[in-house]
Write a protein that binds this ligand. Structure first.
Ligand code: UN1
Length: 509
């Protein structure tokens, strides 16, 4: 058994069903591999369709109890989950790295992000504010209040196997919802370890079934979630193709969705930029997490005055990037999640070449000592024209396009000329250009930055994007509203019944 699993108290096989004290799964075994070594990390006994029904039933029953707990007390329980995560940060961060291949500093950062959102949610538990309005009628009071929704379905992707759950779960919990988590089948062990931590705390407070985990085949767990009227909100992170199915299916039953889908993010570098900053931001955005963030920088628009020198500096920097073991200090690029992702990288490169893109560096699958898993690829820079068709597609791999533009207007047009709308950034020291990028006529993305890159957002802001990114917002600001239902209340404390808009309706008594 892997020592990290032992340390985190995860059995072998791990339970693919966790709901309170109920630990189980009687479906097929799912294997989880370390993409850096290709070695088996552990196995999970998946849940069946019947077990899905049982768990959603229990989670729904738990809702009646959980919503009755005052929000600040729910916050106190979330605070204790955050404290448990603090205690487990090191082994959990290492497990994230082992299972999804991100650098150890990023694995630890991911757990930090969970702790941060837990803290945020604790504060929020005393701030689920509604507005009050002045009624147009005498002796009337009008206000709105926010109530919990019910069972929230949380579907997460492999690249943030723990943090994205916590963005949803910590907010949903203080909002009074209970939840069912369906993690990526590529990172099930991280989910089991995280769920066990949360379940332990919840059980101590008499709410064991408020958060549950279901790992199972698509037909047994994923699909039923979409059609299940007991689940009023499905929050899904993943590809646009997946999100389209989720959005349509859930809408058919008038359920709500919160979608956080594909990104295809650009950095614009103008002639007046601080090029040292731009270089570092492009590097982290493009090759960080091996290009497998939804916020990864995929397109870089360079104004013509700095295009040649910055391209040369980038190519030189790329030659120094160490690709390899994500646990080893000094590594900057870990593996892709699996060989299917490597095949996607190769297919994209074939398209790029066929369409006339010029590969400047990288563009190969790495082999030899340290690369036996077959999941390592060289970070790649491509010089392209703005109309290269492949630019329209998100490929989860470290392939970055460098495109020359004449000025800020062309850069903004190009930034917006893709179907996705998650993150964007401009590097300039000119106030007018920066503000132009942030204006209504500027970037059309959910996130727009100046002199910082496209990835690595803090939890305090609302996170999400427009167009095919799905329109959802998670984490900070007022994203909590997605997990609640709004109720508008009008109270008449007078002795007459005036109607709104001055309508007269006299009823003889
Ligand atoms: C994702 O890739 O799904 O802004 C989320 C970032 C991270 C979140 C990425 N905080 O890059």
């Amino acid at each position: 058994m892997h020592p990290l699993l032992q340390q985190l108290g995860v059995a072998d096989p791990a339970p693919g069903l966790i709901c309170g004290e109920r630990r189980g799964g009687s479906g097929a075994l799912l294997e989880s591999f370390d993409p850096a070594t290709g070695k088996l990390l552990g196995r999970v006994q998946q849940a069946t369709r019947a077990e899905y029904d049982e768990v959603v039933g229990r989670t729904e029953a738990a809702f009646a109890k959980w919503r009755a707990v005052p929000a600040p007390q729910r916050g106190e329980i979330v605070r204790q989950i955050g404290d448990e995560l603090r205690r487990s940060k090191e082994p959990l961060g290492r497990l994230v790295t082992a299972e999804c291949g991100k650098l150890l500093t990023e694995g630890l950062g991911e757990v930090q992000e969970m702790i941060d959102i837990a803290d945020f949610a604790v504060g929020l538990s005393r701030q689920l504010y509604g507005l009050t309005m002045h009624s147009e009628r005498p002796s009337h009071r009008m206000y709105e209040q926010w109530h919990p929704l019910g069972v929230v379905g949380i579907i997460t992707a492999f690249n943030f196997p723990a943090a994205v759950w916590s963005w949803n779960a910590m907010l949903a919990a203080v909002c009074g919802d209970t939840m069912v988590w369906k993690p990526s089948p590529k990172t099930p062990l991280t989910a089991v370890a995280v769920q066990q931590i949360a379940s332990r705390v919840l059980a101590k407070h008499g709410h064991p079934d408020a958060m549950s985990l279901l790992i199972g085949e698509l037909a047994d767990v994923g699909e039923p979630l979409l059609d299940d009227r007991r689940v009023p909100l499905v929050s899904a992170t993943g590809s646009t193709a997946m999100g389209r199915i989720v959005g349509e299916r859930v809408a058919r039953r008038f359920g709500r969705t919160l979608l956080e889908l594909g990104g295809n993010n650009a950095i614009v570098v103008l002639d007046d930029a601080d090029l040292d900053l731009a270089l570092r931001a492009i590097a982290f955005g493009a090759v960080g997490t091996a290009g497998q963030r939804c916020t990864t920088t995929r397109r870089v628009y360079l104004q013509k005055g700095i295009a040649a020198p910055l391209t040369a500096r980038l190519v030189k920097a790329y030659a120094t990037f160490k690709v390899g073991d994500p646990q080893a200090p000094g590594t900057l690029v870990g593996p892709l999640i699996d060989r299917a992702a490597v095949a996607g990288y190769e297919r994209a490169l074939a398209q790029i070449r066929a369409q006339g893109g010029e590969v400047l560096c990288g563009a190969k699958v790495l082999s030899g000592p340290g690369y036996e898993s077959g999941c390592f690829v060289a970070p790649t820079l491509v010089r392209a024209r703005h109309d290269l068709p492949q630019l329209q597609h998100e490929v989860f791999a470290p392939i970055t396009y460098l495109i020359e533009v004449a000025d800020v207007d062309e850069a903004i047009r190009c930034n917006n000329a893709v179907p996705q709308g998650l993150s964007s950034a401009i590097f300039t020291l000119n106030l007018r250009h920066a503000e132009r990028f942030l204006s209504a006529a500027g970037s059309d993305c959910g996130i727009a930055n100046v002199n910082i890159g496209t990835s690595g957002a803090e939890i305090g802001g609302a996170f999400g994007g427009e167009k095919e990114t799905g329109g959802g917002r998670e984490a900070g600001s007022d994203s909590w509203k997605a997990y609640m239902r709004r109720q508008t209340c009008t109270i008449n404390f007078g002795a007459t019944l005036p109607l709104a808009q001055g309508v007269q309706f006299e009823v003889g008594s």
